[in-house]
Design a protein around this ligand. Structure first.
Ligand code: HEM
Length: 498
């Protein structure tokens, strides 16, 4: 028995070794074959890494959010050094494609043949409300946008410019010679007050302060994990939303009780329209739609504009030649105005160089870095297959910094907009297509008014040239807030004496 069992044992060992050797030889070939087969199957899928199972490249994305270069750095790193104009990744288990050519931007933002819809995250809808313009489905969005668009008419913008100028003059008038000012803080305060006044005539300081705190909670929660525990950012955001909704409810009830009051603000227009529409059977916005969209407009209009103003002041501080040209134009305009006069839409139309400064600042800053959409059907972008259900993001930042679109794209050069020869879809600061920013004219007007008052009243020196981006913000925001030291200039007219 023993010799037989020992013989059997040797035999097994021999075959085991043979199998192992065969495996060692064959395995690399097998892996190579499999990779080849996968490549063949995925040849027309955008290049990129899907990262780890389930979580994909979420950790790398979060790490980018946490570094001073901002979450766009995640995209920049992949696009520039690895994959090119179109790549695929996976964040939080969702396939994400980033595209950065003007042709793809046209296809996606124009929503050719209804292939794309706006992508929104469910937790964001809980915070801004599922009746918000940002989250509404295609058909519903059209109805609500129709009701809101007319609020942004030229006459509304004209009224708004005067109100905004009043606020800027008051705020800048309180600065003292030599003061250190954080531009972002000042701009945020002014734009917030302007939004609240335009939307619902809210001017009471304690109420404004409470609302501002709640809006900040909601914005912070929009980027947080949707965990509903009392100490989480998401939970605090939900609570803040609830308080905001209650306040809006109170204001609306009061307006109806006092048979509309005298206010000529957005809320009043929507309430009156609501009643008119009720009688002739056209579409009427419900109270929830009105409230969700008032909140949406505060969020969409305040931080974006304040961030854009801050970047603009920083770029100007770094580009003395541009500043000199701009100051000459603006002082000339100031001389044409009588003391105490507020700016008008017509005045702003007479500021060609300042308008280019605004446009160039928006291009360089790309305050909204990319626009998320959802593919509603299988389609093709940049020669790659896009599958139904994938998220496709139009990378506006890359387009704004593409040397094929803009010569020396990292140079702050407003004169590049001297002619109108830029390619379609190469300037996307306010988006394009059916989802174009509703407040585009107001945003530009706010930037021009702030610029005019700042440059005709003060000289300034940027105290911190750090370009780091703030962590965990929805929009590209300068971390330092752009602290400046201001010096009053006396050019013979006291525009702040109102
Ligand atoms: C410099 C300031 C601003 C910038 C850079 C900006 C940028 C944008 C962009 C890029 C979009 C489109 C996003 C997409 O397609 O996914 C958008 C949408 C929107 N913006 Fe602005 N915005 C600014 C100021 C404002 C202001 C002042 C308001 C209004 C009070 C406003 C209200 C809206 C609304 C309501 C939408 C949603 C439109 C829709 O989905 O139909 N924005 N904004």
């Amino acid at each position: 028995m023993l010799p037989l069992s020992s013989c059997l044992h040797s035999c097994i060992c021999f075959y085991a070794v043979l199998l192992l050797v065969a495996l060692l030889i064959l395995y690399p070939r097998f892996v190579k074959m499999r990779r080849y087969r996968n490549q063949a199957a995925e040849a027309d899928i955008p290049p990129g890494s899907c990262g780890l199972p389930l979580i994909g490249e979420t950790i790398q994305f979060m790490a980018a959010m946490n570094n001073g270069r901002g979450f766009y750095d995640f995209v920049r790193a992949r696009r520039l050094s690895r994959y090119g104009n179109c790549f695929k990744t996976n964040i939080l288990g969702l396939p994400q494609v980033f595209v950065s050519s003007t042709e793809s931007a046209r296809k996606i933002l124009n929503n050719e043949s209804g292939k794309f819809t706006k992508r929104y995250i469910k937790s964001i809808a809980e915070l801004v409300g599922d009746q918000s313009l940002l989250c509404a489905s295609h058909g519903h969005h059209k109805l609500i946008r129709g009701c809101l668009s007319y609020l942004f008419s030229t006459s509304s913008v004209s009224v708004f410019i005067k109100q905004f100028d009043e606020l800027v003059v008051k705020s800048l008038g309180s600065w003292q010679d030599g003061d250190k000012i954080v531009v972002l803080h000042q701009a945020t305060e002014i734009t917030f007050k302007a939004m609240c006044r335009m939307l619902m005539s809210l001017e009471n300081e304690p109420e404004l302060q409470m609302l501002q705190e709640d809006i900040t909670h909601v914005c912070e929660a929009m980027l947080a994990f949707p965990i509903r525990l009392p100490w989480t950012r998401f939970y605090k955001g939900l609570k803040a939303r609830k308080r905001i909704m209650s306040s809006l409810d109170l204001i609306m009830t009061e307006r109806r009780r006092c048979s509309h009051g005298n206010q000529k603000d957005f809320m009043q227009c929507l309430l009156v329209e609501d009643e008119k529409a009720g009688s002739d059977e056209t579409y009427r916005m419900t109270d929830t739609e009105i409230k969700d969209n008032i909140l949406t407009m505060i969020i969409a209009g305040q931080d974006t504009t304040a961030s854009a103003i801050t970047w603009m002041v920083k770029y100007l501080g770094e580009n003395q030649d541009v500043l000199d040209t701009l100051r000459a134009e603006q002082l000339h305009r100031a001389e044409k105005m009588s003391p105490g006069q507020f700016l008008t839409l017509e005045d702003l139309a007479e500021m060609p160089y300042a308008s280019k400064v605004v446009k160039e600042s928006l291009r360089m800053a790309s305050v909204v870095p990319w626009f998320p959409r959802l593919a509603l059907q299988d389609c093709e972008i940049e020669g790659f297959k896009i599958k139904k259900g994938w998220n496709v993001n139009v990378d506006a930042t890359s387009i704004h910094l593409d040397p094929n679109q803009y010569n020396e794209p990292n140079k702050f050069n407003p004169s590049r907009f001297n002619d109108d020869s830029k390619a379609p879809y190469s300037f996307l600061a306010f988006g394009m297509g059916a989802r174009t920013c509703l407040g585009v004219n107001m945003a530009k007007a706010m930037m021009l008014v702030f610029l005019h008052r700042l440059i005709t009243t003060y000289k300034w020196k940027v105290m911190d040239s750090d370009s780091s981006i703030e962590k965990w913000t929805l929009f590209s925001r300068l971390k330092s807030g752009c602290p400046v030291q201001v010096t009053c200039i006396n050019h013979g007219k006291d525009v702040t004496s109102t």
